[in-house]
Design a protein around this ligand. Structure first.
Ligand code: F6P
Length: 317
C-alpha cells in the first residue's frame, strides 16, 4: 500500500478522523490524497496531497476540511467509471470513506462492482449504520441538542409552556431518544414506535390538572413534523405551545472529546485494515474492541432497541 485516498461526508469529528488517517499513514510511510467534495471530487479529479503538517490544528474543528457534496453523478455508470479512472490513473491503492449511509453505499459499489480496495469509517449524527454501536458525530450532536434543550427548559418553566423540539436523525430515533433521556423530557416521538397523539395530549392535560407547569416533547424528524405535533397539542389541550426546530446546529460545531477519541481510533484502524489487505468493510468498536462490519450489512436499515430507553424516559418524567 503506497497511496491512500480519503473522502468524507460532513459532521463533527470528521476532521479528527482525517487527521488520524493522514498521520497513521505517514507513520507507515504511506502517501495520502484527500478527495475534495466527496464522490464529485473523485469524478472531477479534485485531489489534494495531505501530509502530517496539512492536518495540524483541525482536531477541534467541525465539518470537513475536504468539503463534501451530494454526488448525483456517482449514481450513474458513467460517473462511476470516471471515479474509478481517477483512482487508477492517480495510483490510489486504497480508499477510506468517512461518512454515513450514502457515503458507505458508494464505498460498497466501488468495492463490489469495481474491485477497489475500500474501508469505511462510520460518521453520521444519525447513528444509523447497521451493526455499528456508535458512529462519529452522534455524541457531539446529542450534546449540542441537550445544551439547547436546557435553555428551552428555562423558558418552558418561566412561562409555563409546552415546547415541541424537533431533532435530526433521518429515519432513526437515536438522537431523539438520547436527548429526551439526557434532557429529562416528558415525551419523545421516534420512527421506531407508533405514536398515539391522543394519549400524549391526555397525559399533558392530566399533568396540568395536577399542577405540572412545563413539558418538552421531542420529535425525531423521521417520525412526524414538529409543527404538526405542536398544532395538535394546542388544539387538544388548549395550552400555550411553541415549536423549536434545532436543525443543522446539531451537525456542525466542536466535536466532543468522545467523538475525537472515536475518530482517532477508527480513522487509524481503517489505515491498518487497508494495509492488511482488507476491503469492503466498515470499521467499528464493540465493547471497546475493534471489529468490522461488511459494507453490505452496514448500509441496511438499522434497528435500534428503543423500548428500554423509552420506558425509562416515561418512568423518570
Ligand atoms: O444524515 C445527517 C443529516 O443531518 C440528517 O440528520 C438530516 O436528515 C440530513 O442529514 C440532512 O441532509 P442534507 O445535508 O442533504 O440537508
Amino acid at each position: 500500500m503506497k497511496k491512500i485516498g480519503v473522502l468524507t461526508r460532513d459532521c463533527a469529528g470528521i476532521n479528527a478522523a482525517i487527521r488520524a488517517v493522514v498521520r497513521t499513514s505517514a507513520f507507515h510511510g504511506i502517501e495520502v490524497v484527500g478527495i475534495i467534495k466527496g464522490y464529485d471530487g473523485l469524478i472531477n479529479r479534485e485531489l489534494v496531497e495531505l501530509d502530517r503538517r496539512s492536518v495540524s490544528g483541525i482536531l477541534s474543528r467541525g465539518g470537513t476540511i475536504l468539503k463534501t457534496a451530494r454526488a448525483k453523478r456517482f449514481l450513474t455508470e458513467e460517473g462511476q467509471k470516471k471515479a474509478v479512472k481517477t483512482i487508477t490513473e492517480k495510483e490510489i491503492d486504497g480508499l477510506i470513506v468517512i461518512g454515513g449511509n450514502g457515503s458507505l453505499t458508494g464505498a460498497h459499489v466501488l468495492a463490489t462492482k469495481h474491485n477497489i480496495s475500500v474501508v469505511g469509517v462510520p460518521a453520521t449524527i444519525d447513528n444509523d449504520i447497521n451493526g455499528v454501536d456508535l458512529s462519529i458525530g452522534a455524541d457531539s450532536a446529542v450534546n449540542v441538542a441537550v445544551e439547547a434543550l436546557d435553555k428551552i427548559r428555562d423558558t418552558a418553566t418561566s412561562l409555563e409552556r409546552v415546547f415541541v423540539v424537533e431533532v435530526m436523525g433521518r429515519d432513526c430515533g437515536y438522537i431523539a431518544l438520547q436527548v429526551a433521556l439526557a434532557g429529562g423530557c416528558e415525551e419523545v416521538l421516534i420512527p421506531e414506535r407508533e405514536t398515539a397523539m391522543e394519549k400524549i395530549c391526555a397525559d399533558i392535560v392530566e399533568g396540568s390538572l395536577q399542577g405540572k407547569i412545563s413539558w418538552i416533547v421531542i420529535v425525531a424528524e423521521g417520525s412526524a413534523k414538529g409543527s404538526d405535533v405542536a398544532d395538535t397539542i394546542v388544539k387538544e389541550t388548549g395550552l400555550e405551545t411553541r415549536l423549536s426546530v434545532l436543525g443543522y446546529i446539531q451537525r456542525g460545531g466542536i466535536p466532543t472529546a468522545f467523538d475525537r477519541i472515536l475518530a482517532a481510533r477508527l480513522g487509524s484502524h481503517a489505515v491498518e485494515l487497508l494495509k492488511e489487505g482488507q476491503t469492503g468493510v466498515c470499521v467499528s468498536l464493540k465493547e471497546n474492541r475493534f471489529t468490522t462490519v461488511p459494507l453490505e450489512t452496514a448500509i441496511q436499515p438499522k434497528k435500534i432497541d428503543s423500548e428500554r430507553d423509552y420506558r425509562l424516559i416515561k418512568i423518570l418524567t
